[in-house]
Design a protein around this ligand. Structure first.
Ligand code: NAD
Length: 272
């Protein structure tokens, strides 16, 4: 690959590439979109939110980074909209080079009370959409001979917690999908990996803190320490920028041989 070891900035060359990040109007996805844009990649944002807020994010990212930033309103439960998102990216940028399957939702209930529509929605958004985007984006990656697929799974892709049947099933499924895709394209310069964060402080987790505070009748601080971070040995939330840093590594030349992996970023949670 290289005669002399490059510096990290030399090894990371994604200028002009196209990165599609699902669920990037908030949280981890937005941090990833920012990180790719800062490194010179054109970005397709996706996810829900107020139109004005999303347009501000889009315009700010484009102006501050000097890249093209588009927004796709595709709903990850809608196969036709997912296909349109990938097709539009290919029409404008020639292909999707970096695909991040990040959109996700959570719902917590005992399995025998789990609402069927919540199960269906979690499986559709957290798992099936990753299959659909990958299926649509891979042919152009193969043609162009380079691609990075990053699936944002979870510690719950590796271990379970009670009351999260749909989330745990979907995230384990994402890890299985990751391994399969990686094997199918291993001889090409295309990698597929899953990042498995523990708790990251985002709106998704803020919602869980509120819910647990209500259920247990505890103050938020105590819920964070004794409930949310109980299984996370380093006792702090992972920052969204840490996840983005790992994604950049996977897109660099140093990440080229890393494929088919479920990479934990969970403060030691799954080391137990
Ligand atoms: P978040 O709620 O901040 O962001 C979720 C994003 O997904 C938003 O942009 C939202 O609009 C989008 N989204 C939701 N439903 C959608 C749909 N039907 N179609 C398109 N977009 C949709 O959450 P987050 O914490 O940033 O989570 C991002 C990913 O990281 C999820 O897959 C989540 O499971 C995973 N994850 C999060 C944590 C954590 O602690 N926050 C830990 C492990 C894994």
């Amino acid at each position: 690959m290289m005669n002399t070891a490059p510096s990290f900035s030399e090894a990371l060359d994604i200028k002009g590439k196209c990165a599609v990040v699902t669920g990037s109007t908030s949280g981890i996805g937005l941090a990833l979109a920012r990180a790719f844009a800062r490194e010179g990649a054109n970005v397709v944002l996706n996810g829900f939110g107020e139109a004005d807020t999303i347009e501000n994010i889009r315009a700010d990212l484009a102006d501050s980074c000097g890249v093209t930033v588009r927004y796709s309103p595709a709903d990850m439960t809608r196969p036709d909209e997912i296909a349109t998102m990938i097709r539009d990216a290919e029409d404008e940028f020639g292909g999707v080079d970096i695909l991040v399957n990040n959109a996700g939702i959570q719902f917590v209930a005992p399995v025998d009370e789990f609402p069927i529509e919540k199960w269906d929605a979690i499986l559709a958004i957290n798992l099936s959409s990753a299959f659909r985007t990958t299926r649509a984006a891979l042919p152009a990656m193969k043609k162009r001979g380079w691609g990075r697929i990053i699936n944002i799974a979870s510690a719950h892709g590796l271990v379970a917690s009670p009351f999260k049947a749909a989330y745990v099933a979907a995230k384990h499924g994402v890890v299985g999908l990751t391994k399969t895709v990686a094997l199918e394209v291993a001889e090409l310069d295309i990698t597929c990996n899953a990042i498995c964060p523990g708790y990251v402080r985002t709106p998704l987790v803020d919602g869980q803190i509120d819910e647990q505070a209500r259920v247990h009748g505890l103050p938020r601080d105590q819920v964070i320490r004794d409930v949310i971070l109980a299984a996370q040995p380093n006792k702090r939330f992972t920052e969204v920028e840490e996840i983005a840093g790992l994604a950049l590594f996977l897109c660099s030349a140093f990440g080229r041989s890393m494929t088919g992996r479920a990479i934990s970023m969970d403060g030691g949670w799954t080391a137990r």
